[in-house]
Design a protein around this ligand. Structure first.
Ligand code: ADP
Ligand code: MG
Length: 311
């Protein structure tokens, strides 16, 4: 079945930008490798972040049977740099960020954050320092409050409301009532709780990451399930959240990441192009083609970002 879908990753990318859930459908059909339990080494120390530099140093990884290969990939992300990661569906973008979180073990090379190999730090401290929103958020079968405070248990209700407002999900939370009559923050969501739409779950995940306020931020199709007007409203708050943090943002819609410090284009587990929006447009390669296609009415109209670097 993967053969069929794999015929043209390019077509997949374009189609999945139109039908944004197809990534999940595709995942459902692939043979998925689930993360194995990775043990901390006995000498593991907590990760200490002072600047937020991330180095992918000649990393290699595959899921098995030759599928999903990351092949000798190196990327040096400066402290506070905002990276926009782009590439066709299946290029390995999500794999790369999953490796940064150490959900899977590398087969070669190393990933270092502020000089510390992530294999030498505790996984708990690693994940505590990274805020991540993915395309498909699953919620704990717990109260809305527990779901929001997950990354920051000491936060007050005031702080949680603030984050919910920034993620444009506060009104929705106020309207919630579960089958036991619990309302708002007390209402239980998740599998056996109130069923939420993909967009509602995604907004809760965004509120969670705003509350967590970690020094490294990963946005993997973080606004893919939102209407474009809601997305635009939240984007401003996300931009604010990004300040002072090291960010990796993945998006199909190029207009949402074109203004990042550096765009990195991946294809088949490799980096094939990188530079600012202006530089990549001038290079007239893969990115430029995609930009023209997306701004030419094939997808939605994309405007040239005003803050894009004109180096
Ligand atoms: P992208 O995020 O760029 O769309 P992914 O990193 O999700 O790409 O996937 C890269 C490749 O690895 C694809 O061929 C995909 O099918 C495969 N893959 C992704 N996750 C898994 C998994 N958990 N198990 C097996 N193969 C996977
Ligand atoms: Mg992905």
């Amino acid at each position: 079945v993967m053969r069929l879908w794999g015929m043209s990753q390019w077509i997949m990318w374009e189609v999945s930008a139109l039908f944004e859930n197809i990534g999940t459908v595709q995942d459902g059909m692939a043979t998925l490798s689930l993360p194995r339990q990775i043990e901390d080494s006995p000498e593991a120390k907590p990760l200490a972040i002072d600047r937020g530099e991330i180095v992918f140093d000649h990393i290699r990884f595959h899921y098995g049977k030759g599928s999903g290969v990351i092949d000798d990939l190196s990327l040096h992300i400066r402290p506070g740099e905002k990276i926009g990661l782009i590439g066709p569906s299946g290029a390995g973008k999500s794999t790369l960020v999953n490796l940064l979180l150490r959900f899977f073990e590398l087969e070669g090379g190393a990933i270092r954050i502020d000089g510390q190999d992530i294999a030498d730090v505790t996984q708990e401290s690693l994940r505590a320092k990274i805020g991540m929103v993915t395309q498909d958020t699953s919620l704990l079968h717990r109260s809305v409050r527990d779901n929001l405070l997950y990354g920051r248990p000491d936060a007050t209700d005031d702080m949680a409301w603030q984050a919910a407002k920034q993620a444009h999900v506060a009104e929705f939370i106020e309207s919630l009532r579960d089958i036991h009559g619990r309302r708002g923050f007390e209402a239980h969501v998740g599998e056996r709780g109130v069923k939420l739409s993909g967009g509602q779950r995604q907004r809760l995940a965004i509120a969670r990451v705003m509350l967590k306020d970690a020094p490294i931020l990963i946005l993997d199709e973080a606004t893919s399930a939102l209407d474009s007007d809601v997305e635009a409203a939240i984007q401003e708050n996300l931009d604010q959240l990004m300040r002072g943090k090291t960010v990796i943002a993945i998006a199909h819609r190029l207009s949402t990441i074109a203004a990042m410090d550096r765009l990195v284009v991946m294809e088949q587990g490799r980096i094939v192009e990188q530079g600012s929006h202006a530089e990549l447009i001038r290079q007239n390669g893969l990115y430029a083609r995609l930009w023209r296609r997306q701004s030419g009415g094939f997808l939605e109209a994309a405007t040239t970002p005003s803050s894009a670097h004109e180096a």
